[in-house]
Design a protein around this ligand. Structure first.
Ligand SMILES: [Zn+2]
Length: 234
């Protein structure tokens, strides 16, 4: 009976290790997705910086055109002013020219601001490019690490599963069935120690009769509270 309990404990150890590795394997896709997310985020930051710089260029061109149309208008007005003989009309045209010139001044101020912005954006874009490149490198490295980890876990899992199958083949079929059902339903352990008259699975105190039977080690005894198989620990 003792040897049967020992077999079950070894089996349980393998099952626990298998379970732990399986849960580690399950986290791999999420870790991969996280890295891909990092990559996307840094690419998006770079795109955003480039797009902003483009927008500023477009805006600069538009302002240049605005200045151009006003200069054309001023030229046309100057011809009209030159040709007129009426003082009133001369003054009116002069006022219009002045208005256009003021507008041009305002636009040129905006252009200056945009040029400053463009300079800043150039630096920002270069920085984003640098960060994106560094990010790609770091993600590639971490991806390779993850892949290596996945492979190692797979190998360990295969080895443990083979070992587990071998151990299970030596356990009595009914006992194995009882153990497997318990392990699946409890999630942590099917076989637990009895320490100071307490089941270490559910932490409930056991009856003296159960304690006596476990100590006797002549049969597989279950905890009255949680049903786990008990072994003598103290
Ligand atoms: Zn218990």
């Amino acid at each position: 009976m003792q040897s049967e309990l020992e077999q079950l404990l070894v089996l349980q150890d393998r099952d626990q290790k298998i379970k732990q590795i399986q849960s580690e394997v399950r986290t791999l896709p999420q870790q991969r997705a996280q890295l891909e997310g990092q990559l996307k985020a840094s690419a998006a930051a770079l795109d955003a910086a480039k797009h902003k710089a483009q927008q500023v260029e477009v805006e600069k061109k538009r302002l240049e055109l605005d200045v151009g149309t006003r200069e054309t208008s001023i030229g046309r007005l100057r011809t009209q002013q030159y040709e007129t003989r009426k003082n009133e009309e001369f003054r009116a045209i002069g006022n219009e020219i002045e208005r256009y010139q003021k507008e041009i001044q305002g636009i040129e101020d905006q252009e200056l601001e945009l040029m400053e912005q463009a300079d800043k954006l150039k630096i920002e874009t270069a920085e984003a490019e640098k960060q994106a490149a560094a990010g790609r490198e770091s993600v590639a490295r971490q991806m390779a690490d993850l892949e290596a980890k996945g492979k190692a876990l797979d190998e360990r899992l295969q080895a443990l599963t083979a070992e587990r199958t071998e151990i299970a083949s030596r356990v009595d079929e009914d006992v194995l069935d009882r153990f497997q059902r318990l392990f699946a339903s409890k999630g942590d352990a099917a076989v637990v120690g009895l320490r100071h008259e307490v089941c270490t699975g559910c932490h409930m105190k056991l009856t003296p009769q159960t304690v006596h039977r476990v100590k006797g080690e002549r049969e597989l005894v279950s905890c009255e509270q949680c049903g786990r198989i008990l072994y003598w620990e103290d």
